[in-house]
Design a protein around this ligand. Structure first.
Ligand code: FAD
Length: 629
């Protein structure tokens, strides 16, 4: 190992247990990726005592073993298995928020005795609503590996509000649980610090404070012009289309990317464009050179002053009145867990939104023979077809688990997986529907959780989060200060804490769709070791001046990679991605056209709304259940 790796702490004995050594099993030699062979009998991994995937660390999200079979199906492989005799009223493909909600709504509509099976290709349920747990000393530290919070639940559609109510989630309580003043009370800057990296800007430098304040950027590695331009941009006093008739501005900005707007209309220096390049990645998963300027305007990004495009924006008109506080320590994984506990009560004791947080689930209860609802993990669906040409007949579902192909039958099926995959699973669908489904795309993202033994370096630097425009992860932040039920957030810098890092992996310089495709490829070939080296390097350069030592301070790393992340629609005629689906004309709404019921198969998932939010996933689940009536 070279000196630099040694200083970074590569090879340190951190917790990065994957399934094979993370399951704490006494069996060993006969262990397969998703199951064990104990003597001659097959035991599914989820039925092995102490199987508890939230504790697995290392490469999570779409972990190894979860996607390979699906990719074979996509590439035309055929799978032959025998009918194992199982019969259901409903099979749901995918145990994300949408699939779990669909099972819940179906049970509500058809009665508690409905026989429902949910098949999921990952080793845990929840999809993007992913829980990461860490053990350190006697502490259990909880993080979110995907879907982070309920955004503005006061504005949720009635169906989603009702579901939260049914699950016992009273959102007003978060005002008590989320300590909004905590980091400022520690003397830390309330906004983001900015880390200028040497590779992009010439020298490593951390600037802490508001960019519109000249003293904050005085030492930043930017030219005098770039500093002045950045300050002008963030004062945000005017827009740069004064000559254009108001009636033309919206269309014009829709066709132009935000980078070009900043460059050609706001006359921003190249250095400013470098600073801004990753500004939108966390929210939209693309660099600003592929983000329509109109979306930048509606997101409240700077450079538009008082420009009025004639419709309400997300942030400009003050319509987003609720703060971003509706966060469980494991993000929306708590919503998924509440759904599962409601449908399969034997999985965990408790009945409140508070006790779900520290509740340890017994995974062996998920697929119990006597339970009307079952969740079968590590099971990739490779084919969903009616048993014959009569579309009112039952549906045959083929899935692969631990290398073995199984065939089952169900009266009805809800596809709550990735819509783009459905044409490969349901080849009998009409051509136009398959083509629409194929144009539902997803943007890749990475949510990394780094367990730190303490957070003195953050305090010494006066920050709790940082924007890192040129670095591997574009944002770094300390966990949200949320205490719920028996769970307490880290209140002292002496205590361990999760630092949350985000990365949108697409290359700049191409269209949004191409950035997504490149990012997906990148995620599937990048090793955990590469992630780890980049994480250690970035944190040591960002936090080193505050006393951070990556070899000592990092206790565990979990990388949640999501090659199939945010849901978007795509229009091949214009090469446009539906960042603003509501404004698209009906004939271009591939997500609606693709999601129509086909015989006894209906289609849910956030893809069906081209809207990567929990309320959309829930709403589409409800619609898919109604479609089957
Ligand atoms: C990193 C990240 C952060 C996010 N943050 C937020 C947030 O803060 N708030 C918010 O509201 N939304 C957030 N979202 C959006 C999130 O996508 C939705 O809120 C919601 O969780 C999507 O649920 P879903 O069921 O539609 O999709 P998914 O969560 O993707 O679930 C689909 C499931 O189907 C499974 N599947 C796919 N193919 C097969 C197959 N062939 N066989 C079996 N199973 C299959 C998948 O493995 C997956 O588990 C975030 C998304 C990401 C990626």
């Amino acid at each position: 190992m070279n000196k630099s790796d040694r200083n970074l702490g590569m090879g340190t004995d951190i917790s990065r247990r994957d399934f094979l050594n993370g399951c704490k099993l006494a069996v060993g030699a006969s262990l397969l990726p998703g199951a064990v062979l104990a003597q001659d009998s097959y035991i599914a991994a989820q039925d092995v005592p102490n199987y508890y995937p939230p504790e697995f660390t290392g490469m999570r999200g779409s972990h190894s073993g979860s996607f390979e079979t699906a990719h074979q199906a996509r590439d035309g492989a055929s799978f032959n298995g025998s009918d194992n005799g199982e019969r259901y009223d409903l099979v749901v493909v995918g145990a994300g928020i949408s699939g779990l909600s669909a099972a819940h709504f179906y049970q509500q509509a058809r009665g508690a005795n409905s026989k429902i099976l949910i098949l999921e290709n990952h080793d845990d349920f929840g999809g993007h609503a992913k829980r990461n747990e860490f053990q350190i000393d006697s502490n259990n530290v909880i993080g979110y590996g995907g879907s982070m919070l309920l955004e503005a639940p006061g504005y949720y559609p009635a169906i989603a509000k009702k579901l939260l109510e049914d699950l016992g989630i009273e959102t007003q309580r978060f005002y008590r649980y989320f300590d909004q003043d905590f980091y400022s009370s520690m003397g830390l800057y309330k906004g983001e610090g900015t880390f200028f990296d040497a590779e992009t800007f010439g020298v490593d430098h951390l600037a802490v404070g508001d960019w519109s304040d000249p003293s904050i950027l005085a030492q930043a590695p930017l030219s005098t012009k770039a500093r002045g331009d950045l300050q002008r941009l963030f004062k945000d006093e005017r827009h740069y289309l004064p000559e254009m008739p108001a009636s033309e501005q919206s269309d014009y900005l829709q066709k132009m990317d935000y980078r070009s707007y900043l460059k050609n209309h706001a006359a921003m220096d190249e250095g400013v464009l470098d600073v801004m390049q990753s500004y939108a990645r966390g929210v939209w998963a693309v660099a600003i050179d592929a983000l329509p300027a109109r979306i930048a305007w509606s997101s409240g990004y700077p450079g538009f002053g008082n420009l009025d495009l004639g419709f309400e924006s997300y942030d400009r008109e003050g319509d987003q009145e609720e703060p971003s506080i509706f966060h469980f320590p494991d993000g929306n994984a708590s919503v998924a867990r509440l759904l599962v506990r409601k449908m399969i009560p034997a999985v965990a004791i408790g009945d409140t939104m508070e006790d779900i947080v520290t509740s340890r689930f017994d995974y062996s209860q998920l697929d119990e023979p006597n339970s009307p609802i079952k969740i079968r993990l590590n099971s990739t669906v490779v084919s969903v077809q009616h048993i014959d040409d009569n579309l009112s007949n039952p549906v045959k579902i083929t899935y692969v688990r631990d290398g073995k192909t199984h065939v089952i039958e169900s009266n009805q099926v809800i596809m709550a997986c990735y819509n783009q995959m459905i044409p490969h699973l349901c080849p009998e669908m009409p051509r136009a529907q398959k083509s629409a489904l194929a144009n539902c795309i997803r943007a890749p993202l990475v949510y990394t959780n780094v367990l730190l033994r303490n957070w003195h370096s953050f305090v010494n630097l006066g920050i709790h989060r940082a924007y890192c425009p040129g670095s591997y992860h574009h944002r770094v932040m300390l966990d949200y200060p949320v205490s719920l039920g028996d769970y307490q957030f880290s209140k002292s810098p002496n205590e361990p804490i999760v630092a949350h890092l985000t990365r949108a992996p697409g290359e700049s310089g191409s269209s949004a769709r191409d950035q997504f495709a490149a990012g997906k490829r990148d995620l599937l070939v990048t090793t955990f070791e590469t992630f780890e080296r980049n994480i250690r390097d970035q944190l040591s350069r960002l936090l080193g001046p505050g006393g951070f030592n990556p070899a000592q301070d990092i206790a565990a790393i979990t990388v949640n990679r999501w090659p199939h992340g945010y849901a978007y629609g795509y229009d091949p005629d214009t090469d446009q991605v539906a960042f603003d689906p509501d404004s698209w004309p009906a004939e271009k709404r591939v997500w609606v056209n693709g999601s129509r019921r086909f015989g006894n198969i209906s289609i849910a998932s956030s893809d069906s709304a081209s809207n990567a939010m929990a309320e959309a996933a829930i709403g589409e689940a409800h619609r898919a259940v109604n479609d089957l009536n």
